[in-house]
Design a protein around this ligand. Structure first.
Ligand SMILES: [Zn+2]
Length: 255
């Protein structure tokens, strides 16, 4: 690959040797922009693997500061960083990991009014946020910008991952999957339910893999598929989600 330096050929050698990634796939990663919603349990490992993979630009939206109770699962952070903004600590970690990666910290929350241009130039979004209201906004932003969405969620000993490209006629969006009942900012929060820290590692890494699949095209296309991991057994099942013709976000029957 003409575009890769000797340093990059060495750094990414284990990707380049993979037939389904190769020099072309690595070059695509080095030219890609990933946006992560949330720098918590899912975001921590996802950010680490995307940075290690050489994704050119990583943007992260998060409004939270690091607290002691985060450290059981948010492995990007340490006790000395308690009180720091997660996006600032994540920026430091990414710079240490791979100085070639440009990190764009966005301290705040996603909303319809202020976030309309946040997907400019973005190639894939990973949503690891902790509430349905945010997830549905992210879904709508991805739909209107036609950016693939990898949505990852986790609770207790369970996790799920889906890739959504709902602007395509045969492909569901996130709202097709969860429906309208979750618009209010109610939520599934792990403060009350608890979550096994290592499950975050598993699902955050899974989300990074799916984002890399979107960016490089390796393996089977996963659009519209939901993977549900049960850590108790452990086992995973995968289902194909239908597109909802009446979906308020992407359905042909809605206006
Ligand atoms: Zn939909």
């Amino acid at each position: 690959m003409a575009d890769l330096t000797d340093h990059q050929l060495d750094r990414y050698a284990r990707h380049i040797v993979l037939r389904d990634i190769g020099g072309a796939g690595q070059a695509r990663l080095l030219a890609s922009h990933a946006l992560l919603i949330g720098a918590g349990g899912i975001g921590s490992p996802a950010i680490q693997y995307l940075a290690a993979a050489g994704v050119r630009t990583i943007s992260v939206v998060d409004d939270d500061a690091i607290s002691l109770s985060n450290l059981q699962r948010q492995v990007l952070y340490s006790e000395t960083q308690i009180g720091e903004a997660k996006v600032d600590a994540a920026a430091e970690a990414v710079h240490r990991l791979n100085p070639d990666v440009a990190f764009h910290a966005i301290r705040g929350r996603i909303d319809h009014a202020t976030s309309s241009d946040i997907l400019n130039g973005v190639d894939v979004v990973i949503d690891g946020s902790d509430n349905f209201a945010t997830r549905l906004i992210v879904n709508d932003l991805c739909l209107s910008a036609k950016v693939p969405l990898v949505s990852a969620a986790i609770g207790q000993f369970h996790g799920q991952i889906g890739t959504f490209t709902g602007w395509q006629p045969d492909s569901p969006c996130y709202r097709c999957f969860v429906g309208d009942a979750h618009d209010p900012d109610d939520c599934d929060d792990c403060a009350t339910q608890g979550v096994l820290g290592a499950m975050c590692g598993l699902m955050g890494s899974f989300a990074a893999m799916e984002a890399i699949r979107v960016l490089t095209g390796f393996g089977e296309n996963q659009k519209g598929k939901l993977h549900i991991f049960d850590g108790m057994t452990p086992s995973m099942r995968s289902i194909k989600l239908p597109k909802d013709p009446a979906c308020r976000s992407c359905g042909t029957l809605s206006s």
